[in-house]
Each structure stands twice: as structure tokens, then as C-alpha cells.
Design a protein around this ligand. Structure first.
Ligand SMILES: Cc1cc2nc3c(=O)[nH]c(=O)nc-3n(C[C@H](O)[C@H](O)[C@H](O)COP(=O)(O)O)c2cc1C
Length: 212
């Protein structure tokens, strides 16, 4: 099986919903499996307890294992997701990535497909910078970056989320507007694309080994 790890942080669940849609896209490709992992919650318990929606989501996410750097060795592709934080990824996802030096030194992600997704309050709140800056550590790891191509026609018309840089959603001021049907369709398309690319790379690698 080709394993596509979807590693994300979320506070209110918008990024989680996109992660689930991406997983559907991955699982729609025969021979590919999506594996969802959350990154650590770094906020203090007393802060989370004051926010009912945050606490509920944190409890929901407990059913998912926390991502470990060693997961990356097993992965054939990795899709990182984070809410937009000042036009960049969250500290939780960055903290996870900052702990992957042991993978980097061994080239554990070299040649593997990487992609990204995010959710933000507003359309122009920095989704694209978040997605693009998530690519930078992936390039340091030697990953092959994938976005969403314009062959997905929704990209021509979206006034919501979704961009050539990855999947996204616009959640509004209170983060209460879940990903729309179009956001979900583009997220599924991203998952499917990453899975297909990872499968092609794996088959290509096997063919190359036979040639030698
Ligand atoms: C510290 C902080 C910084 C944020 N920065 C931005 C930002 O730069 N642009 C934006 O549109 N939304 C920003 N947001 C809002 C979140 O990105 C938005 O609510 C997102 O949809 C939450 O995703 P989640 O439901 O997965 O937690 C910020 C939120 C927090 C708490």
C-alpha cells in the first residue's frame, strides 16, 4: 500500500474537516491509504477549558494518534495542514517540523510527495503565504511539491477556498463557517492527486530497480 500521511493541527475543526476530505481523495485511489495524525496541542489546559468549542474539538481529536517524526520514514507522501496564523503555519505544526532533524539527516523524505492545506478567517488573510511557507521545509527535506492543477475547473471560479498552492477554506470571524462543498471537492482532488503521484513514483522506483 502507498501510505499518505495527513499531519495537521486544528483548533476549531475547519482544518480537520479539510484533512478528512483529503483522506477521502487519497482512499479513492486503489492501492493508497490515508493516515491521519494530529500534531501536539501546545496551549495550556486552563486556556482550552475556557473555550467550549476548542475543548470539544480537542476531545474529538484524542481518538487520533499524535504524529511522530518516525512516521515520516513510513510515509510515501505527506500532506501538512494548519490554520493560518498571521499568514503562516501554527506553532504546533512548526514544532512538529522542527523535531524532524533526525529524518532530514537520513534523507527520510527525499523524493516523497508533499502538499499542504490551510483554513483562515478571511479570503485575503494569508492562506497563500501559509501554503507557500509550508513548502519551504518540505523542499529542505527534498520532497516533490504538489499543488492543485487548473485541470480542476473549480479553481477558475472559486471565491471561497482552494488555490493552485493547496486546499483551503475561509471560516469567518468566529471560525464557524465550515469548508464549503467546493472547498471539500478541491481538498478531495488534492488528496487524490497526491496519492496518484505517490503511487506513480513508487511504481517508477520499482521499475528503475529492475533496470539496474
Ligand atoms: C493567533 C491567531 C492568528 C491568526 N491569524 C490569522 C491570519 O493571519 N489570517 C486569517 O485569515 N486568520 C487568522 N486566524 C484565524 C484562523 O486561521 C481561522 O480561525 C481558522 O479557520 C481556524 O482553523 P481551525 O478551525 O482548523 O482551527 C488566526 C487565529 C489565531 C488564533
Amino acid at each position: 500500500m502507498v501510505k499518505v500521511y495527513i499531519i495537521f493541527y486544528t483548533r476549531y475543526g475547519n482544518t480537520f474537516k479539510l484533512a478528512e476530505m483529503i483522506a477521502e481523495g487519497v482512499n479513492s485511489v486503489r492501492g493508497c491509504e490515508a493516515i491521519l495524525r494530529r500534531t501536539a496541542e501546545l496551549a495550556p489546559e486552563e486556556i482550552i477549558h475556557k473555550d467550549v468549542r476548542w475543548k470539544k474539538m480537542r476531545d474529538t481529536l484524542k481518538k487520533l494518534p499524535e504524529a511522530k517524526a518516525s512516521d515520516l520514514f513510513e510515509a510515501d507522501a505527506v500532506i501538512f495542514g494548519s490554520p493560518t496564523r498571521y499568514g503562516n503555519m501554527s506553532s504546533s505544526l512548526k514544532d512538529f517540523i522542527d523535531k524532524t532533524a533526525g529524518v532530514w539527516i537520513k534523507g527520510g523524505l527525499v523524493g516523497k510527495v508533499g502538499a499542504a492545506f490551510t483554513s483562515s478567517t478571511s479570503v485575503h488573510g494569508g492562506q497563500e503565504t501559509t501554503l507557500l511557507t509550508m513548502f519551504i521545509p518540505m523542499l529542505h527535506h527534498g520532497m516533490v511539491i504538489a499543488g492543485i492543477p487548473y485541470s480542476e475547473e473549480l479553481l477558475f471560479t472559486t471565491k471561497e477556498g482552494g488555490s493552485p498552492y493547496g486546499a483551503s477554506s475561509v471560516s469567518g470571524l468566529m471560525a464557524e463557517e465550515p469548508p464549503t462543498a467546493n472547498d471539500c471537492a478541491l481538498a478531495k482532488a488534492l488528496g487524490k492527486r497526491v496519492a496518484e503521484l505517490a503511487l506513480k513514483l513508487k511504481l517508477g522506483e520499482e521499475a528503475l530497480k529492475k533496470q539496474v
